[in-house]
Each structure stands twice: as structure tokens, then as C-alpha cells.
Design a protein around this ligand. Structure first.
Ligand SMILES: [Fe+2]
Length: 188
């Protein structure tokens, strides 16, 4: 079984029944990842697999610390035996060090999982932060607004997203610039 098929099956088994909306979001994020093949080349398959797996930490059976990025990455490392790149991408997706700080889990997160290369990490953040909760494409500004509206101003996730916003916007801009470069080189 290929890398992507394995990731799809694992995520579907964990999310589809218990969290159908999260599963719809996940499939949307994976579609965004597929759209980045032109800028990622050989690494695109890894990104697509990580996109399918990035939110498995929300699955009820996996919740431990309550920080879905860390719970998902630990499951991938300890139970699913995923490769290190995918574990690191899931652990740090969408600038999760900010949420780890809010939850007092920064030392655990960074002690257990190194950051992945900026190119891949920013790509996963771009995919997640331009996909709404139902899987449809959203502008990053609308996506950030949707998260704030869903959780409310006092929620830890809203505070984390506020702290992460510069990192998220930088990631989206970096990927958009890379996509623009590819388009220009094709028309040159
Ligand atoms: Fe997500």
C-alpha cells in the first residue's frame, strides 16, 4: 500500500464516523496539498499523507493532552509507526508552538518533535489555513475569522491563533510566492 493510501485509510478510520465534519475538512486539506505538487516535486506525497493525518489527534480515542497536534503526532510515532517527517509535520502544523505555549506544553512538544523543513511545514500550514471546517477553500483571513467565531474570544484556541497569526500569514505568503514563481516560469 502506498504512503497516501495508508494515510487516507488511517485517517478515515479515526475520523469519518466519530467526527464527520473534521473528516470533510481533512479531505479538503488533502486536496489543497495535491495542488502543491508543482512546487514540492518529490515531497508532494509526504505532504498529502501528512494532510490526511494532521487532525487525527481530535479523534476521541486519541485525546490525551488535549492538544490535537501533539496527541496526533504521538499516535503516529508510537502506534502507527509513521516516518519522522510526517510525525514532525503533524506535531507542528499551523504554527502549533503557539498553542503549546498556551497549554504549557511547549517543552513537551519541542522536546519530542523537531520542526520539519520550512518548505514542507509552511505548505501544510497553508493547506490547513486555507480550508474551512467543511472542506471548502477559504481565504486565510476568512479562515482565521472562522476559527475565532467558532471558539469565541476567550477560548485557548482563539488566543493561540492570535499568537500564531504572523507565522500563519508568513506561511501562506511563502507558498503563494512559490506558486507564483512556478506559474511565471511556465509562461516565460
Ligand atoms: Fe486542520
Amino acid at each position: 500500500m502506498g504512503h497516501i493510501d495508508w494515510a487516507y485509510d488511517l485517517a478515515r478510520n479515526l475520523l469519518k464516523e466519530s467526527l464527520p465534519r473534521r473528516w470533510a475538512h481533512t479531505k479538503g486539506v488533502a486536496r489543497r496539498a495535491e495542488s502543491l505538487t508543482a512546487i514540492l516535486g518529490d515531497q508532494a506525497d509526504t505532504l498529502i499523507a501528512a494532510a490526511y493525518l494532521h487532525d487525527i489527534g481530535y479523534a476521541p480515542d486519541l485525546v490525551d493532552t488535549g492538544m490535537h497536534q501533539l496527541d496526533g503526532a504521538r499516535y503516529l510515532r508510537d502506534v502507527a509507526h509513521a516516518d519522522d517527517t510526517i510525525c514532525r509535520l503533524v506535531a507542528h502544523h499551523s504554527c502549533s508552538v503557539n498553542e503549546a505555549t498556551q497549554r504549557d506544553l511547549y517543552d513537551l512538544l519541542t522536546g519530542e518533535f523537531d520542526e520539519e523543513s520550512p518548505e514542507l511545514a509552511q505548505a501544510l500550514t497553508y493547506c490547513d489555513m486555507t480550508t474551512g471546517p467543511d472542506g471548502r477553500h477559504l481565504d486565510v483571513t476568512d479562515r482565521l475569522g472562522e476559527i475565532h467565531a467558532r471558539y469565541g474570544p476567550d477560548h485557548l484556541v482563539s488566543r493561540s491563533i492570535t499568537a500564531a497569526t504572523p507565522c500563519i500569514l508568513a506561511s501562506v505568503r511563502a507558498v503563494e510566492a512559490a506558486l507564483s514563481d512556478v506559474r511565471q516560469s511556465r509562461t516565460a
